[in-house]
Design a protein around this ligand. Structure first.
Ligand SMILES: Cc1ncc(COP(=O)(O)O)c(C=O)c1O
Length: 502
């Protein structure tokens, strides 16, 4: 194959500068792309050809292409090669910070992390109907109550509300959470509680406290994308366990345990994100037996457990094995995600490790916010907040199910979720997930692609559709746009299948 560039120019590289060869090679391609000699879609020579032409080793050539990819100039496709990306023009406008990518350590951004960032970006765009984020609606935020409580906090505690705290958090908040924990089954004393900056930080601290690069963790697949990112960032091997109508598949876990020494098993036993399912009684018991017999930690994430529209709330898993289950929760889904009040409940040596990691991460969660949260909970506002929230979200869940029936009849299957903010939809006939995502964006809607929530994407196409932030008519319009996008992707697929080979 011939490539557009004459690589003989690479013979004159200046090899005296440390690290300079990678930079000079990358600059060679950047100049060619910026100067229009290489255009979007053009293929770059294979790394072995580049290595030979520049008289560098193969690893250096591979590093050059990785740097170009980080700068947004190229995209690599396994088995096909490296191509100038369509975004190359935008990458050229990044200003004078490009040198940094030669100095910063290499960092692979996973599909889950990429999608998570995109979800936050598109959710703030006015022209896009985002069914991608599980955010609560600002309409229900208890603004009046929190405003009055903030005044009270400053009147009563004065400057103390702004002082430093221990890493574990404000004693009054820990006591209030432990009181609630005794009723729900997640904690027995304030000593077990560590206040965190949202559940996301709780998940991350637990992953880092338990896992190192040679360890094995298992997790529900699909799951919350942020949890996947935290588990993968530890360098541990992460194995996905399917979720069916009875929740996390404990038989599949037993098969994994027969082959691996598992250190951490992460799951959401109630109102699971994204399927909305609960872990049924016999599976709960078996999971706890296994954790005790085989000595592994269970990470129980319960951020959606109280957002239940049908059925009764089961006891938290931690009640059955408090030394093995580490519990993570937050006020994000019921009060407001921006408050960033979450907590962990744990006992034994892991508790001290978690407090040390929390201290290293951000010393402690904002004192003022902890004072406010403690009073908000103690005054009973939270229970009233839940009473208001449940019918509001139930109506939106039903509106989303009706919109699916109206616009996509015969195309999908899903179980109506008993709780949470999401519907997990699987298409009856698969389509390329990224193509559907891009087409949907073009039509002004987004969803969470199922592959980003899974350890290893399967052959089916699944979508997580979230209903918390939108009104019934917006949900209907979002699904209508999705249906238009799906029809378009099916049409392209048919055209591609019938096009004559050139
Ligand atoms: C299952 C699950 N766990 C944890 C989190 C993180 O919650 P927080 O906003 O409290 O960090 C989320 C957020 O979407 C979630 O869906």
């Amino acid at each position: 194959m011939s490539y557009k560039l004459d690589l003989s120019a690479l013979a004159g590289l200046d090899r005296s500068e440390h690290g300079g060869v990678t930079r000079q090679l990358a600059d060679f391609f950047v100049d060619a792309i910026d100067g229009g000699r290489l255009e979007p879609g053009d293929q770059l020579p294979p790394t072995r050809e580049l290595a030979a032409a520049a008289d560098v080793n193969h690893l250096t050539a591979a590093r050059v292409y990785r740097r170009l990819a980080e700068l947004g100039y190229v995209t690599a496709s396994v088995g096909r090669g490296t191509f100038v990306s369509a975004r190359a023009a935008a990458a050229a406008e990044t200003g004078d910070g490009e040198w940094q990518s030669y100095v910063l350590p290499e960092r692979r951004v996973s599909y889950a992390a990429e999608v998570l960032q995109d979800q936050f970006r598109t959710a703030q765009q006015d022209d896009i109907i985002s069914l991608a984020v599980g955010w609560p609606t600002p309409r229900l935020y208890p603004v009046r109550e929190l405003r009055a409580i903030s005044d009270e906090v400053f009147a009563d505690a004065g400057g103390e509300a702004l002082g430093y705290l221990s890493a574990e958090g404000l004693p009054e908040l820990r006591e209030e959470l432990a009181r609630r924990g005794a009723a729900a089954g997640f904690a027995t004393s304030p000593e077990e509680i560590i206040v965190t900056s949202g559940a996301r930080q709780g998940l991350d601290l637990v992953a880092r406290a338990v896992l190192g690069p040679d360890d094995v963790a298992v997790v529900e697949s699909p799951t919350f994308t942020g949890l996947l990112t935290s588990l993968e960032d530890t360098g541990a091997r992460v194995i996905g366990i399917p979720v069916d109508e009875d929740g996390f598949d404990v038989d599949a876990l037993e098969r994994v345990l027969a082959r691996h020494e598992v250190k951490l098993c992460a799951l959401q036993p109630a109102c699971h994100n994204p399927t909305g399912r609960d872990l049924v009684g016999p599976r709960r018991e078996r999971l706890l037996e296994l954790a005790q017999e085989r000595s592994f930690f269970v990470l129980e994430d319960a951020v959606y457990a109280t957002l239940r529209y049908e059925g009764t709330e089961p006891q938290r898993l931690r009640a059955g094995a408090p030394a093995h289950v580490v519990y993570v929760d937050s006020l994000s889904k019921t009060v407001g995600g921006g408050l960033r009040i979450g907590w962990i409940a744990a006992r034994g040596p892991i508790r001290g490790r978690l407090a040390a990691l929390k201290m290293a991460a951000d010393v402690h969660t904002s004192s003022l916010d902890q004072h406010i949260a403690a009073r908000y909970l103690a005054a009973g506002h939270h229970d009233r907040q839940l009473e208001r929230a449940l019918p509001y979200y139930r109506e939106r869940r039903d509106a989303l199910m009706a919109a699916l029936e109206r616009h996509l009849a015969g195309e999908w299957r899903a179980t109506t979720p008993a709780g949470g903010h999401h519907v997990w939809v699987t298409l009856n006939r698969p389509v390329p997930e990224r193509a559907l995502y891009n087409e949907a964006l073009r039509h002004g809607m987004t969803f969470t692609p199922g592959g980003a929530t899974m350890v290893e994407p399967g052959p089916q196409t699944s979508l997580r559709l979230s209903f918390g932030l939108l009104d019934p008519d917006e949900l209907d319009e979002g699904v209508r746009r999705l249906a238009v996008a799906l029809r378009a992707v099916r049409r392209y697929d048919r055209l591609a299948a019938t096009a004559p080979l050139s």
